[in-house]
Structure formats: structure tokens, C-alpha cells
Design a protein around this ligand. Structure first.
Ligand code: NI
Length: 137
């Protein structure tokens, strides 16, 4: 068994806002992140798959195929978008680093098997902030 990680990057904007809170509560809790016009991040995604090395090819998955899956399922949906307004998952869910990692896991989980098993989704919002998700416990 071996782990293989592929990285992908996108840029997007978001804001943090809880509808049932007052403006003052949102400002208090989220500060500048509550600005409804949003702000941008250059996100970095590391997707790790787990499987056995094919004895003929030496690969755990076809790398072009994995790249295409990430492009189609994540980058095409998230890149240069306003996450709150344009990505379905975040119409009702806060686009935090944690929730983005979970959303990406759900988008990928049944797309990478049975060729390999999805092992970890890591999303960096900034170089010093990231979330890891391993699926439902
Ligand atoms: Ni932010």
C-alpha cells in the first residue's frame, strides 16, 4: 500500500456571515471577513489517494486521470468564483477551510475509486492555515 498526493491550486473569494445573527454579531465574530463583498485567497489543495502499486506501470493511479478528475470536480467549479454565491455547497454553508475540505472530499470520494481509495483532502487557505479531512469516521 502506498500514498500518492497530487496538488492543485485555485483562487476564489468568500466571506463569513451567519444569517441569523445581527450585523454587529457578525462583525464581532468575523471582523473583516464579514465584509459582504468578500476577499480573495489563493487556495492550495493536496489530494492523497491510497492503493497498491501496479506491478506493470509502477503507478497507484493514472496521473493524467487524477489530474483530470481534480480539474473537472474541483478547479472548474471553484476557480475564480465567489464561493458563497457561485458554489452550490456554500449557499447555505460557511466556506471555511474546514468546510471546503469536506466539500471537496464529497465531490471526489466516489470519483477516485475503485482505481484507488481517497485517503486525505488537505486544503490550504494560506501557507500557514490548512485543514485535513479523512471522510466520515
Ligand atoms: Ni478568508
Amino acid at each position: 500500500m502506498i500514498l500518492l498526493t497530487r496538488r492543485a491550486e485555485w483562487s476564489a473569494s468568500h466571506y463569513y456571515w451567519v444569517d441569523s445573527w445581527s450585523e454587529a454579531q457578525n462583525r464581532e465574530r468575523f471582523g473583516k471577513c464579514a465584509n459582504r463583498n468578500g476577499h480573495g485567497h489563493n487556495y492550495v489543495l493536496d489530494v492523497t489517494v491510497r492503493g497498491n502499486v501496479d506491478p506493470q506501470t509502477g503507478f497507484v493511479v493514472d496521473l493524467k486521470w487524477l489530474k483530470d478528475v481534480l480539474e473537472r470536480e474541483v478547479i472548474a467549479v471553484f476557480d475564480h468564483r465567489h464561493l458563497n454565491l457561485e458554489v452550490p455547497e456554500f449557499r447555505t454553508l460557511m466556506p471555511t477551510t474546514e468546510n471546503i475540505a469536506i466539500a471537496i472530499w464529497r465531490r471526489l470520494a466516489d470519483k477516485v475509486s475503485p482505481a484507488a481509495t481517497l485517503h486525505q483532502v488537505r486544503v490550504y487557505e494560506t501557507p500557514d492555515l490548512f485543514a485535513d479531512y479523512y471522510g466520515e469516521a
